[in-house]
Design a binder for this molecule. Structure first.
Ligand SMILES: [Zn+2]
Length: 290
């Protein structure tokens, strides 16, 4: 199941659940035929789902000792397992510097759609550049953690923006939004935190906090032109040795032209001439000009 399928299913679920602009978890649970309970699960487990052997309904248990934001995300993630019909693979620890199981990634995408529905989220995003306080305020509105909110922000804003999650010294998840991808740009992934990044500097200081700076695009991005800047807002949580980065740039700092279906850059000067709808005759037959 690819990301687009998962997100479309989640959006249909959100519409059907009619859970309000800032969604309530009971409305989602009711649609998924699920009861939610909260109990201490010990360190390292956020939640689990059991199916009633005869009734066929579900019970989602969330870890009572975790934050309310974490519990809301866990409920939405577990509903993802139920609705998508994907068995859980919580045995490998959540973000232990290893690649997450595809089922778990799918349920994280599902959860972000439920927790921060697209229409409502876009309405609350202020104009202008992101900052730690913008992400914090959005997180408060939707009851979501800073990393989950930053990731959602990156995927929904119209300007070029990306997000990376790092556990220890490893980048375990990184994405770029459509504005970056349509220019053929890619982000480094499944590697150590790039040298020269704000994330690397912040983690080395072993402090808990945020920092923002301008760096070269080449630190994080692949297939970019050299000499252009990238803004990086990074936050480090020294308790868990986790770091996140929000990455963005202005449209004018992007490569010119688009990419073709093979992800090759189409140079505007050497690219195809624009079609105008007229038919002209050439040596090898008619050429339709649209
Ligand atoms: Zn899971």
């Amino acid at each position: 199941m690819n990301e687009i399928d998962v997100r479309l299913k989640a959006r249909r679920f959100v519409t059907e659940a009619n859970a309000g602009e800032i969604p309530t978890m009971p409305a989602y649970a009711a649609l998924a035929d699920t009861r939610i309970r909260s109990e201490s699960l010990g360190c390292g487990e956020s939640g689990n789902t059991m199916r009633h052997p005869t009734k066929g309904t579900y019970i989602i248990t969330v870890n009572h000792d975790e934050s309310d934001e974490r519990k809301r995300f866990t409920i939405c993630h577990e509903i993802g397992h139920i609705v998508l019909g994907l068995p859980s693979h919580h045995d490998c620890s959540m973000w232990a510097g290893v690649k997450r199981h595809p089922n778990e990634m799918a349920c994280d995408w599902f959860a972000s759609e439920l927790l921060m529905p697209q229409g409502a989220f876009e309405k609350h995003v202020p104009s202008g550049e992101p900052s730690a306080s913008v992400i914090e305020k959005l997180g408060k509105v939707f009851g979501a953690s800073f990393p989950a909110t930053a990731s959602r922000y990156a995927s929904l804003v119209a300007f070029p923006c990306g997000y990376a999650f790092m556990s220890g010294a490893d980048v375990v998840y990184a994405m770029l939004n459509v504005a970056f991808r349509k220019k053929g740009m890619r982000i480094v992934n499944q590697c150590t935190i790039p040298h020269g990044s704000v994330a690397q500097r912040l983690r080395a200081s072993k402090s808990r906090g945020s920092d923002t700076d301008q760096i070269s695009q080449e630190v994080w991005l692949l297939n970019c032109d050299s000499g252009y800047d990238l803004s990086e807002l990074s936050r480090h949580n020294s308790d868990f040795d986790e770091t996140i980065s929000l990455l963005w740039c202005a449209e004018e700092d992007m490569p010119r032209g688009e990419v073709d279906r093979f992800n090759r850059r189409v140079d505007e000067e050497s690219g195809l001439e624009e079609l105008d709808g007229n038919i002209s005759w050439e040596k090898n037959g008619p050429r339709i000009r649209r």
